[in-house]
Design a protein around this ligand. Structure first.
Ligand SMILES: Cc1cc2nc3c(=O)[nH]c(=O)nc-3n(C[C@H](O)[C@H](O)[C@H](O)COP(=O)(O)OP(=O)(O)OC[C@H]3O[C@@H](n4cnc5c(N)ncnc54)[C@H](O)[C@@H]3O)c2cc1C
Length: 311
């Protein structure tokens, strides 16, 4: 629980949920409580809340839509600031340059830019999560990644201070950026896009959404967090990155299960949580998958999902 003397200093737009169950804020729908979750609808509320917590020496972390997280059954010790505007996309257009809030859903960004004939982030169609979470992890699909179109970002540091940095400073790499280590938060980003043909992009978006419908679990009905492991780096300069799912199939992991956690039938790199699953079931299943690939191929798979709390 957050002390009353701190709660009363938070901005009016911040809604505080004491002892919030993290299962309500993650797509795995697993995990115990945090001392308080503070829902921040916009950047001003987020920075003002961070200032109050930093002044009071209260540890906090920022999440978006919780689509890349596995929170332990015992919960987490730090206060959670949630920066996710599910209902109101915050996007401004200046020709083909687009200023988008880190709290905007990535799929809303894809949809709205397609509708405006501004291309081309249609590859983001159907990827859950926020623009901020996507930039932090350099989310992508079909060989493209969000970092390629980031001109600059406005970042909030741990003490609540704000600065604008160019995209290159974020050191984008495969599913990674410097933000994963620094913990700085994307308040908003300036994207440098291009002209696109609306009909072509709409068709491409529909093709991608259909592909996802057939190959990925519907996370709203089947709790998961997308790919559990990073794809595997090439062993020589000539090789392409190889799908972690292929190694898992070859290692015989397809029918692995621990408690209520099992592999998705159409994709060996995705764990789905059945209603009785615990976060520990998911963690232990992922350990079993790592061990199977180690035994068969002699290397360690690396998790893409972020573990929070004690496992
Ligand atoms: C069904 C499904 C399919 C998926 N498919 C893909 C895919 O094709 N490609 C892909 O790349 N990913 C995919 N993912 C994973 C996930 O959608 C992405 O990683 C997404 O970008 C995470 O965003 P989020 O807002 O949910 O972040 P969260 O899960 O809330 O947080 C993840 C990390 O980002 C940090 N973070 C969150 N917001 C910010 C911010 N504003 N500034 C800085 N750091 C922040 C958090 O502190 C945390 O460390 C998939 C997930 C699911 C469930």
């Amino acid at each position: 629980m957050l002390d009353n003397s701190i709660t009363c200093r938070l901005p009016a737009a911040a809604s505080v949920i004491p002892d919030a169950a993290m299962s309500d804020y993650t797509t795995f729908r697993l995990g115990g409580a945090c001392p308080a979750l503070i829902d921040c609808p916009d950047a001003d509320t987020l920075t003002a809340s961070a200032h109050v917590l930093a002044d009071a020496d209260v540890p906090f972390m920022v999440i978006g839509q919780g689509s890349n997280l596995l929170v332990a059954d015992g919960g987490i010790g730090s206060v959670v600031l949630r920066y996710c505007s599910e209902k109101t996309p915050l996007i401004e257009f200046d020709g083909f340059r687009v200023r988008v809030s880190g709290s905007t859903l990535l799929d809303d960004l894809a949809r709205i830019t397609v509708e405006r004939g501004v291309g081309d982030v249609s590859f983001c169609s159907g990827i859950p999560g926020t623009v901020g979470g996507a930039i932090a992890g350099n989310a992508g699909a079909f060989g493209r990644q969000i970092g390629d179109v980031v001109e600059s970002v406005r970042l909030m540091e741990g003490d609540g201070s704000v600065k604008e940095v160019p995209g290159e400073a974020l050191q984008f790499a495969y599913r990674s950026s410097i933000l994963k280590e620094s913990g700085a938060v994307v308040l908003d980003a300036l994207l440098n896009l291009e002209a696109g043909d609306i009909a072509t992009m709409e068709a491409e978006r529909e093709r991608i959404l259909e592909l996802r419908r057939t190959k990925h679990p519907d996370w709203k009905n089947m709790p998961c967090a997308g790919s559990v492991f990073r794809n595997v780096e090439p062993t020589s300069a000539a090789d392409r990155r190889q799908a972690a799912g292929w190694f898992l199939e070859e290692a015989g992991a397809r029918n692995f299960r621990v408690g209520g956690a099992r592999l998705f039938e159409k994709h060996a790199n995705i764990i789905v949580a059945e209603p009785e699953a615990t976060a520990m079931d998911v963690f232990q299943l992922s350990e079993k998958m790592i061990a199977a690939v180690r035994e068969q191929f002699g290397f360690e798979l690396v998790r893409e999902i972020k573990l929070l709390g004690a496992f």
